[in-house]
Unconditional design. Sequence first.
Length: 434
Amino acid sequence: MNKIVVCGVSNRALGMFINPVINKFSEQNEIVGLLDTDERRIEICKERFPELVNLPAYKTNQFDQMIEETNPTSVIVTSRDDTHIDYILKGLEHNLTVITEKPMVTTVKDAKKVMEAEKKSKGKVIVAFNYRYNAFHRKIKEMILEGKIGRVTSVDLNWYIDTYHGASYFKRWNRKREFSGGLSIHKSTHHFDLVNWWIDQKPEEVFAYGALNYFGKDGELNPSPTDNRYCGTCNEKPECGYYMRWNSRSQAGAVKDDHVLSEGIEKSEQSYTNYRPDACIFDNEIEIEDTYVASVKYDKGAFLSYSINFSVPFEGYRLAINGTKGRIETQEFHELSRVPFPVPEQTIDYFPLFGAKESIHVVQGEGTHGGGDPLLQEDIFMGVDPNRPYEILAGAEAGAYSIAVGEGVWRSSKENKPLKVEEMMKETETVYIK
Ligand SMILES: NC(=O)c1ccc[n+]([C@@H]2O[C@H](COP(=O)([O-])OP(=O)(O)OC[C@H]3O[C@@H](n4cnc5c(N)ncnc54)[C@H](O)[C@@H]3O)[C@@H](O)[C@H]2O)c1
């Protein structure tokens, strides 16, 4: 039996890990303990899953006691990003399997600590990179492994986060670099990991520009220069385009923004003590960037041209991978319910360097994140699928390289110079540039 303790009873913990352990994988897995700074989170979990009502719950400083009393085999780390490091290191000290949500940690310095601790431990780190498991992303990996495009020379990846999803980061703790590492780490860790994994090359050097264009105190669509508003209680809502896009004045028939808690905040699974996830996207404290372009050079010669924007009228990405023998292209329009115009079905187009183009209609799976989450859950809770002929479950090194690119991106944009990953890995101080 895999006995699991959960550090950070977040929304992600409830949906991605606790629910499937109880309802799908309970034959081989059992939750034996919960840890969070906030007792409200423990209550919410026990209200949603009455089978856990007698489960012991622990505070941040009771990790060792939790391990002693519950004797787990695995630790799931689903707390606020900057706190992952504490539980990963402690889990490794106890020689446990540590399954952490992305980003593994929020700085290169901490990523290095994890890799060093893993070497000394009998335990291991798994990073829950669910995007790898998306059917299109697996197919692209398979095509590259089959040699369809030869050696990868360049990748163009443009990621678009829509106004609904993009704004959500600026309402929550994610908007503070000290908590999330900023969005080039918190969000782009997924994208950098995908590229690193697809092309199987290591990032060497990063150069980027970044800006805060939409959110924060100077956001052009800010109804007034007022600080510390919350959507649930804000009387300027009718003037806020980001709010009114998903809500109507009467609320009737509107798509409700799940981070806007006008009613029943205490009943919602988004309820926390001393914290609301509906803070104003135009608050003064917002310090991170919402727009980036970046170039990354890889050790076996590939170049990545990447951009991300967190306030686009639709969500999705455009990808092209060029190699010495051909090219792969795809475009995704995410969450069709939020795209206000007809969109084509996603395919993968393969262009051999010479010859006929092929369009591939990918067999898709059910479930969140393009069917990625359920497959990742199976690998975590049933053991890695022995019939998949390539590595997909990510470890600490993959976590670290995706963070190195992400930190390289925001720091390069501040310092206005390229940064070498190897040199960042040698630094001993955490860099925190406002
Ligand atoms: N892979 C994905 O697609 C995906 C999607 C969403 C979230 N995530 C990740 O999951 C994690 C949780 O995100 P969320 O948005 O669900 O979070 P959330 O805001 O719902 O919850 C954060 C939790 O962390 C707890 N916490 C804060 N400090 C803590 C500490 N020192 N020790 C223990 N707990 C502490 C809070 O009390 C809260 O319960 C994050 O790391 C996030 O990046 C991943």
